[in-house]
Design a binder for this molecule. Structure first.
Ligand code: HPA
Length: 247
């Protein structure tokens, strides 16, 4: 089966609005179970798969997501293009709550995660080129789709991937800013690198839920605010994806 697109939904996106004629697939992978059954269906008559990265009830924290199983499952169902939707905190001045970003770079601060399909006895060792961590053509398709859907997005930004599940300290965010990160999230890696190992096209839609620690006026980050902002930003995703598939 060929799929036109697979979408990995992050916090706040557990089902994909507008996905029709759905069937659920429980996929066995050599790496264990994916976070949830893969929901296969159609958007505008085009075959699409959706997977909730944290499980359907958000039961899997960022550092325990089985990123390998998730990507393997989508690949084995015929996906060749994957869009990761990720909730993030904003660091750069133009990246406040509810802004949508199509990042173009990554710095990985995560640790203790399995970061490669090579991480198995006897597996072929692959040194992928990761100079550009997101597939340029898919990024461009997202930017064009957002424009045609009338959704404002920021083109480019460096995603700092942190371990979570806690949010960062102000000092950690100050360091990320000095390093050149524009946004911060907990799930961007190793997903992007594993997608590249499988030779999947992969790009990210980052939804800014809050100012990262020390970047806004608030003394603390409110979880209620995070979820309210995410609800607003998440509603824009199906518009972008529908426009992408209409091309
Ligand atoms: N930091 C890390 N991950 C996040 C944040 C944040 O501030 N907001 C949403 N995901």
């Amino acid at each position: 089966m060929a799929l036109d697109l697979a979408i990995i939904g992050g916090t706040g996106l557990y089902q994909f609005p507008g996905l029709e004629n759905v069937t659920q697939r429980n996929v066995e992978t050599p790496y264990g179970a994916a976070s949830a059954p893969v929901v296969c269906g159609e958007i505008g008559g085009r075959p699409v798969a959706f997977l909730a990265r944290h499980g359907e009830g958000h039961s899997v924290p960022p550092h325990r997501v089985n990123y390998r199983a998730n990507l393997w499952a989508l690949h084995s169902l015929g996906a060749r293009r994957v869009i990761g939707v990720n909730a993030v905190g904003g660091i750069r001045d133009d990246m406040g709550p509810r802004v949508v970003v199509i990042p173009d770079q990554v710095i990985d601060y995560t640790h203790g995660r399995i970061t490669s399909f090579c991480d198995a006895d006897g597996a072929e060792v692959k040194h992928i080129d990761f100079s550009e961590p997101y597939t340029a053509s898919l990024r461009q398709s997202l930017l064009t789709a957002a424009a045609s859907a009338g959704v404002a997005v920021v083109d480019g930004g460096c995603y700092g991937a942190t371990q979570g599940p806690r949010l960062e300290t102000r000092a950690e965010i100050a360091r990320l800013r000095r390093d050149g990160c524009d946004l911060v999230g907990m799930t961007g890696m190793p997903e992007a690198a594993l997608a590249r190992e499988l030779e999947l096209d992969y790009a990210c839609i980052a939804l800014i839920a809050n100012w990262a620690a020390g970047c806004g006026d608030e003394a603390e980050i409110s979880l209620d605010e995070i979820f309210a902002n995410l609800r607003d930003a998440t509603a824009l995703v199906p518009r972008i994806v529908t426009a992408l598939l209409a091309k």
